[in-house]
Structures are given as C-alpha cells and as structure tokens.
Design a protein around this ligand. Structure first.
Ligand code: GDP
Length: 402
C-alpha cells in the first residue's frame, strides 16, 4: 500500500514537471533581429538651390512583410508599426521689421557715442572756447576717423557759428553740433536700395569688398531685410574662393526660406553669378543678391574677376545695385582697400559693418567723402537682424546721446 502511494506521488510529480516544461517551451520568445531604422528618403541636404522632393514631403514609412501563418520564425514575426522619427524641419524665421531699426539699435553705438558725440558736446559747451579747446575738438574728430578734410570743414563751421551765436548753454551747443554733423553726413543723398524688379527682370544686387569685412554676413542679413518686406529673394554664392563661404550663405538663406545657388569650391565665380541671375529671371524673383570673393591680389586681377562677374550678369539683367562692404574697425586702412574696389566697379552704395565694435563712428563721414558714394546700410552686431538702413538724423542723435 505504501509503495502504491509513493508510486502515485512520483507519477503526479512527473506529470506536473512535464506539464510545466511544455508550457515553458510554448511561451519561449523568439528574438527578432534589430529592425532597420532608415527611412526610404535620401540623405537630407544637398545644395539649397536644388532641393528635391524627398526633402519636402514626409518621410515614407518602412514596412516589413506581413506574416499570416503559425509561428515559423523571425521572417514572419507579427507586424510592428515602425515609428520613423523625422528630424524637425528647420523652422522658417520671421525677420524683424526694418522700420526704425537704427533707433532700436542705437545703444550699439555706445562706444562711438562716448568718444565723438559726448566728447564734442563737452568741449563745445565750455564757458570759454579758446584755441586749445578748438584743437581738442579737432583731435576728437580726427580720433573718431572723421578724416582731415571733413574735420577742418566742421571746425571752421563750428567756429563761425559759435562766434556769431555763442554756445554758452549745453542745449545750444548740442543744437549747433547736431545741425553741423547732419550737414556733414548729408541729408540729401539717395540712400534707398534699388531692389525693385522690372516687368521682366529681378533687381540684381552685387556685393563686393575685402574678405573678412562681413560681406557674406551682410548678404545674409540683407536677404532677411528683403524677406521682411515680402520680397522673393535668391542668393548667389559667387565667393567660390573662400572655403565654406557658400555653406555659410546657404545657412543664412535656409533660415528664411531663401534658396542659394552655388557652384563647386574654387569654381568660376562668374558662372555661379550667371546661374543665380538666370534662376532669378526664370523664377520671376524680386531680387537676386550675389556674394563675391574679395581677394585683393592685384588690381588687374580684381578688375578681371569682378568685371567678368558683372558682364555675365548683365547678359540677363542689369545690375541695379553694387554694394561695397567696409569694416568700420579698420579705419583709414580699410578705406584705402575699399578705394581699389570703387575704382574697378561702379559702387552705388556702402555698407559699413561692425559699427558696434568701434569708437570711430566718424568713419561714415570719411567713407562717403572719399568714395563719393552714400552709406546705405550699417552693421551693428553679429545678430541676424543687426543690419539697419542708414538714417543720418537717427545716427547723429545716437552719437550725441539723449
Ligand atoms: P566676409 O569674408 O567678408 O564674407 O566676412 P564674414 O561675413 O564671414 O564676416 C566676418 C566676421 O565679421 C564674422 O565673424 C561676422 O560675424 C562678423 N561681422 C559681420 N558684420 C558684423 C557687424 O556688423 N558687427 C560685428 N560685431 N561683427 C560683424
């Protein structure tokens, strides 16, 4: 009897063990190989001027074959929804409106203000203005890069007015200084940008200047100014000489949804300029802005290069604006280099960059006087919207402070 009980217990235990084993086998997981995570769309990027459809549309969802039969292995594993994570599309930025930018950015002129405006005001509102004071006034103007000719002119006019009107009070001194500085900066020059397309052609803006002056940055900022005015813009990266200039420009363009036409590094700048304007004509754009290389090798070399760029552009549309970019921090030296550009191409406007980084705001006066061309835009920082149309009254007011 005892043997019988033991035998039954053994049989029961054996059955339980077998049962557990069977359940375990059925429930065993089949490890799937890792699933491919790639989308069927091609790599993003390429030239911004030639975006393909894969760049615009949603990325296709990858699928695996559908298994219907019993569990026969990894190939027929149950379908899983593949989650394809798309990198966020770069948001198109809305540039700041252009109106009143110089007033908004006037604090950036703080350095120029303390040297030129405040210095002059302090000297001019002294009780007695003797010869020594006039010399100090002259020095302040020269130190601020106003240039010899304009300085002598200004001092002469100030002397006359002080003699006739007297300048005892600070308010009166400010009034005299304000009006004379305004006369010197010039209130009747045409500072508007010629960026209106004709019925058949886009406006073409050629941007020239020595490398490092802020040319490419200015082209990018200018594109934003025009986008803020609801214009259709195309950028031409004809600075094929400086490595990464084209990529730098394309990044500026991408931020505001503006295409950039580029060519191979070291390629022919004229051919990029040609393609850019061609695209502008075909796409009925409002403005094509062409960035150029600023190699100052020889004057003839520069003349050949810029001359060719201009000629090929003009086969399709007239150049409406040639902007010369000058770095305000380079003072008289920058002016000498700029003169070479002005000699090889008809400059219609000056962009004075980095005014935020110099105490020599007077360079505006010297530049215009030297080149006989109005300053149309000023760069007041590295920020995307730190480019302002130049307004003489707002500039002089900023120089003189509140
Ligand atoms: P490019 O060689 O003439 O095309 O010069 P870039 O556009 O590459 O600019 C050269 C440097 O100047 C860059 O670091 C810019 O950020 C800087 N830059 C350009 N404009 C301004 C400006 O108005 N203010 C300041 N502070 N920096 C500027």
């Amino acid at each position: 009897m005892e043997y019988l009980v033991v035998a039954i217990v053994i049989v029961v235990v054996a059955l339980v063990v077998l049962g557990l084993l069977a359940v375990g086998r059925r429930g065993r997981r089949v490890d799937l190989p890792p699933e491919p995570r790639e989308s069927s769309a091609g790599p993003r990027g390429g030239t911004s001027g030639e975006r393909d459809e894969g760049d615009k549309g949603p990325v296709a969802t990858a699928e695996r074959p559908t298994g219907t039969g019993p569990d026969t292995g990894p190939d027929t594993a149950p379908v899983e929804e593949l989650e394809v994570v798309e990198p966020p599309a770069p948001a198109i930025e809305r540039p700041e409106p252009v109106q009143g930018r110089l007033v908004r950015l006037r604090a950036r002129l703080a350095r120029s203000q303390s040297t030129l405006g405040k210095g002059l005001l302090g000297l001019l509102s002294r009780d007695r203005i003797d010869e020594e004071t006039w010399e100090e006034i002259e020095d302040a103007l020269l130190t601020a890069d106003v240039g010899v000719g304009p300085t002598e002119e200004l001092v002469e006019r100030l002397r006359t007015r002080v003699r006739v009107e007297g300048a005892a009070s600070q308010d009166h001194a400010r009034e005299i200084l304000r009006s004379e500085l305004l006369t010197l900066v010039g209130t009747d020059l045409d500072r508007s940008l010629h960026v209106t397309r004709t019925s058949t052609n886009p406006a073409v803006v050629l941007v020239v200047g020595v490398n490092g002056t802020g040319k490419t940055t200015t082209v990018g900022k200018l594109a934003r100014v025009l986008v803020a005015e609801d214009k259709d813009v195309i950028l031409g990266a004809a600075d094929t000489f400086r490595a990464a200039a084209a990529a730098q420009l394309a990044t500026w363009g991408d931020r505001v949804g503006v295409p950039t036409i580029r060519g191979p590094e070291g390629g022919d700048p004229a051919s990029v300029a040609f393609d850019s304007v061609k695209a502008g004509v075909e796409q009925e754009s409002d403005v094509v802005i062409v960035d150029t290389a600023g190699r100052l090798h020889t004057k003839t070399g520069l003349m050949d290069e810029l001359g060719k760029v201009k000629r090929v552009i003009e086969k399709q549309a007239p150049v409406s604006e040639v902007l010369l970019v000058i770095d305000a921090t380079t003072g008289q030296n920058g002016l000498t280099q700029a003169r070479v550009f002005a000699e090889v191409v008809d400059v219609t406007g000056i962009v004075l960059t980095k005014l935020d980084s110099t105490a020599k705001g007077g360079i505006i006066i010297a530049v215009q006087r030297e080149l006989g061309v109005p300053v149309k835009l000023v760069g007041l920082g590295e920020g995307a919207d730190d480019l302002a149309p130049f307004e003489p009254a707002a500039f002089v007011d900023a120089l003189l402070g509140e």
